[in-house]
Write a new protein. Structure first.
Length: 327
């Protein structure tokens, strides 16, 4: 019994430092923070059960990544890939038409920065992590075949060597290099061309976000959309419809939300290296209840994209309260 306890303590001490980066890896692979957390748990369970036979032929980190990657590949086989609405079909030009949810689609989910952030003492690591967890990048990854997705993440995001990737996937180095070339080409087609995003430390972003929250809470929709770029995009899983342009976005919010002053409250919620809000809607009891998570892409010209998620089950991941009391 004592040997088992010592072995478990040893495993936890050596394996726990990799938990956060494995969560980010599983999230990039799957596009779901729910699934990523489940599969990290599964990874550690499998690793602990096999730890007695781990002989150190590879590093513990590589071994854990192999287990996590295999868990992810199995999950992808079972669940398919997770898109955003803007990755399916053309934008709608009828903002007043009632939108119909498609809950059968396994939609892409946002991921809280607090769960995925790397070492705060290493600015270069923070920037790299932010760029490779942005929604547009993760959504583009979902278009890749599973093995190409693995290779691109390990090579271009985690900076593994081709031989290391080949060993993990049990393929030749030439096959790994070929898969990387195909993945890069397909990712370039799938990923949208975006203007440079404003860094979170930019004081102009803070001012824009404060104005955004105030205007939304005051139901000043015309003032709100003036913060958007002329060709901004608005999408809102689980509704497959998506919209382009300030005018369409304004018409959509007015027609579908019909907000009045004081109907909503917004709390900051950073996701995918991007700013955002947890939006609460006033209920019959007068308090404000979870309604949607908004993730914004902000450029020097304003908000270029709003990805709005109606899954209130995401609120606990962001540490957001169950309700906001009136007043």
């Amino acid at each position: 019994m004592a040997d088992t306890i010592d072995q478990e303590r040893e495993f936890q001490q050596q394996a726990d430092p990799y938990r956060r980066e494995l969560l980010a890896h599983c999230y990039r692979m799957l596009g779901s923070i729910h699934d990523a957390e489940d599969l990290v748990q599964e990874t550690y369970l499998r690793a602990w059960k096999s730890y007695g036979g781990f002989e150190g032929r590879s590093s513990l980190r590589t071994w854990l990544y192999r287990i996590a990657t295999n868990c992810c590949l199995t999950a992808i086989d079972q669940r398919g890939h997770r898109p955003l609405p803007s990755g399916l079909g053309a934008p709608s030009d009828e903002p007043e038409r009632p939108v119909v949810a498609s809950p059968e689609v396994p939609w892409l989910e946002p991921a809280p920065d607090a769960l995925l952030a790397d070492d705060p003492a290493d600015p270069a690591t923070i920037v790299a992590s932010r760029e490779t967890t942005r929604l547009a990048f993760v959504a583009a990854l979902q278009h890749l075949p599973p093995n190409q997705r693995v290779v691109l993440i390990l090579r271009d995001v985690l900076k593994w060597k081709a031989a290391e990737v080949a060993e993990l996937l049990e393929i030749s180095t030439a096959s790994a290099n070929s898969a990387l070339q195909r993945a890069r080409a397909q990712l370039q087609q799938a990923a949208p061309t975006e203007d440079a995003m404003v860094e979170p430390t930019d004081p102009g972003q803070r001012e824009l976000l404060d104005r955004y929250a105030t205007l939304f809470e005051n139901a000043d929709i015309q003032g709100l959309v003036e913060l958007f770029k002329e060709d901004a995009l608005w999408e809102m899983p689980p509704f497959p419809e998506w919209f382009v342009g300030r005018e369409n976005i304004a018409r959509l919010i007015i027609a579908q939300c019909g907000p009045g002053p004081g109907d909503f409250r917004l709390l900051p919620a950073a996701a995918n290296g991007q700013p955002g809000f947890g939006l609460y809607k006033r209920g019959e009891d007068g308090d404000y209840h979870p309604y949607q998570i908004q993730v914004l892409a902000i450029t020097g010209e304003g908000v270029s994209r709003a990805s709005v998620f109606f899954d209130v089950g995401l609120f606990p991941f962001f540490g957001l309260p169950e309700r906001v009391p009136a007043g």
